[in-house]
Design a protein around this ligand. Structure first.
Ligand SMILES: C[S@@+](CC[C@H](N)C(=O)[O-])C[C@H]1O[C@@H](n2cnc3c(N)ncnc32)[C@H](O)[C@@H]1O
Length: 207
């Protein structure tokens, strides 16, 4: 039986075919550097970025329908044609859907840390994910990761140090292109609770 397609929310991106890689022009008709916010929650970060950088395109990826709808509503209200929302699983999106060499920056902000040892294999960052990510990032593109979980931060740092696809670079938010990097909803919550935030930035070496 064929599934009944759900109508798209305004601002939502519903791929025509989930089983083949997208072309860049399917996502946005306007050509511009593409940034992806993976696990975008209520969309505050993607909205703030889309406002701040009208000359870039943003794709927010989130699996929960309620959060997708909220982000779409906010993007429509704010009249942000450079932001679209995709309701899909994060790993699948990177491994199978995004066009190769299409993403200039991928933001992974406060993903589930899966703190129990028996759940570590569910963590998004691992060698396979980094391999797939290096293919969808443009050469020289950036992976930006933030977490409040020290164990996950060490895990990610290790995975990146073993990866031949990336090298770590400094995250300088005082000057340069990362000044004004918006705080996410979860970040604001963690900081208000007095937790520390760990961040890393890695550059794609693959060509
Ligand atoms: C802790 S929240 C962080 C949200 C946002 N990045 C922030 O910092 O405010 C993690 C988000 O990732 C989404 N998420 C978790 N696993 C996911 C997956 N496998 N694919 C897509 N989204 C996922 C959750 O639904 C949730 O909205």
């Amino acid at each position: 039986m064929k599934p009944i397609p759900r109508p798209a929310e305004p601002g939502e991106f519903l791929p025509e075919n989930y089983f083949c890689r997208l072309s860049s022009s399917e996502l946005f008709t306007r050509e511009a550097p593409l940034e992806v916010d993976l696990g975008s929650g209520d969309g505050s970060f993607a909205l703030a970025m889309a406002r701040q950088f009208p000359n870039r395109n943003f794709l927010a990826v989130e699996r929960l329908l309620g959060r997708v709808r909220k982000t779409c509503k906010r993007a429509t209200r704010a009249q942000l044609p450079n932001l679209r929302v995709l309701r899909l699983e994060a790993r699948y999106t990177v491994e199978w859907l995004l066009p190769h060499a299409s993403v200039s920056r991928l933001h992974l902000l406060f993903p589930d840390p899966w703190p129990k040892a028996r759940h570590h294999r569910r963590r998004l960052i691992n060698a396979e994910f980094l391999g797939a990510l290096s293919k969808v990032l443009v050469p020289g593109g950036d992976f930006l990761f933030k977490t409040d979980h020290e164990g996950y931060f060490e895990w990610a740092t290790d995975a990146l140090s073993f990866s031949k696809h990336f090298h770590s670079i400094s995250w300088d938010d005082q000057s340069g292109e990362l000044s004004g990097y918006p705080q996410t909803d979860f970040e604001a919550q963690w900081l208000a609770e007095g937790r520390s935030v760990h961040q890393l930035r890695a550059r794609n070496l693959s060509h």
